[in-house]
Design a protein around this ligand. Structure first.
Ligand code: ACO
Length: 319
């Protein structure tokens, strides 16, 4: 026998985001740890970042980003039948955040689960959402990447405190007359679990920055060509490159090594957002749209990479 199977097409319909109000400059951090504005700017490319207010949680930031994505897609919360929350900084292990986020947004009893793929989480989520729409498991999916790193970073550890920040980004994935999200390419390097790790429930983040930097600028960089090939396009067809915002030097090294057009728009949101892990790509894409640097119909290439180690990426058409 064979079971009924559906075949639909999927597209990203909108982006939304939430950036906490509090702006934290490098000079402010330099009053707390032994660092400087000059070191952070030249080694990482961050000018400022946002830290959540004491009352703000990963769930409350996810709700704000989700609400904006729903409004911008011109749909009602009740149209959504699947909610995915990508995060590696939730305050609790159990339950997951997605059901509560859905409830607070007025989405009635959707499928709901979290994804922990660290900084690759949003791209894993877009892949899952696209598959769900294509198979008919869902019709309209809310994908959120959210992080509250200030709960998990040691304020006396200058190698992580200056990098990580808080925020949330979101997208709506729904049915489309044509497939506008290309095949997701994903993978991992599980032989390096200690490169970025929270060892147990009483610990904070530890990171071997050099190891992650080396991996990102060699093995991960090589995957970008594979992500592009999975879309049937060449790198010269890509209008917008929106990689995970980990370090400006990583982004620039990727751009230098790859055969993008000279006029490709590159997301460099890290300068004002820091590293917001699963939130970094949707926040960066939203910023490009808001500034008019990217337009509807642009071909966008994304790649997320981080703890695990894991990576994932895909090409999609800008809503
Ligand atoms: N301020 C001043 N000096 C510093 C700081 C700081 N904040 N941090 C480190 N240093 C010093 C070091 O002690 C070292 O000094 P030394 O030479 O006297 O020993 C020197 O600066 C160089 O240190 P490195 O660690 O080699 O600095 P590097 O250029 O590699 O930058 C960084 C560190 C920014 C962490 C970089 O390695 C990086 O961006 N790595 C990638 C991180 C990443 O991509 N993470 C993504 C995933 S995150 C996730 O999955 C949750």
């Amino acid at each position: 026998m064979h079971f009924p199977s559906a075949r639909h097409y999927a597209a990203i319909k909108s982006f939304g985001g939430y950036r906490p109000a509090r702006v934290v400059t490098n000079d402010e951090l330099a009053t707390q740890v032994d660092t400087s504005d000059e070191w952070i700017l030249t080694r990482v490319g961050i000018r400022e970042r946002r830290f959540a207010a004491p009352g703000e949680t990963a769930v409350s930031m996810a709700v704000e980003a989700g609400r904006e994505a729903i409004e911008r897609a011109g749909i009602a919360p009740t149209d959504i039948d699947l909610v995915l929350v990508a995060s590696c900084t939730l305050p609790t292990q159990l339950p997951s955040a997605a059901p509560e986020v859905a409830h607070l947004l007025g989405i009635g009893a959707p499928g709901a689960f979290d994804i922990n793929a660290a900084c690759a989480g949003f791209c894993y989520g877009i892949g899952q959402a696209s598959h769900a729409v294509q198979t008919g498991a869902a019709e309209t999916v809310l994908v959120i990447g959210v992080e509250k790193f200030t709960d998990w970073v040691d304020p006396s550890d200058r190698s992580t405190y200056i990098i990580f920040a808080d925020g949330a980004g979101a997208a709506i994935v729904g049915r489309s007359p044509e497939q506008r999200i290309a095949q997701t390419v994903w993978g991992s390097a599980g032989d390096r679990p200690e490169a970025i790790i929270v060892r147990d429930r009483r610990s904070l983040i530890e990171m071997d920055g050099r190891a992650v930097f080396r991996w990102a600028t060699t093995e991960v960089r090589d995957e970008i060509t594979r992500i592009c090939a999975a879309s049937g396009l060449s790198l010269r067809d890509i209008d917008v490159f929106a990689p995970h915002q980990a370090n400006l030097r990583i982004i620039d090294s990727m751009v230098r090594a790859l055969d993008f057009r000279d006029d490709v728009v590159v997301a460099r949101d890290i300068a004002v957002s820091g590293n917001t892990s699963a939130a970094s790509i949707p926040l960066a894409v939203r910023a490009l749209l808001e500034r008019g640097e990217a337009r509807s119909g642009d071909k966008v290439l994304t790649i997320g990479f981080g703890a695990g180690l894991t990576f994932a990426g895909q090409v999609f058409e800008m809503p």
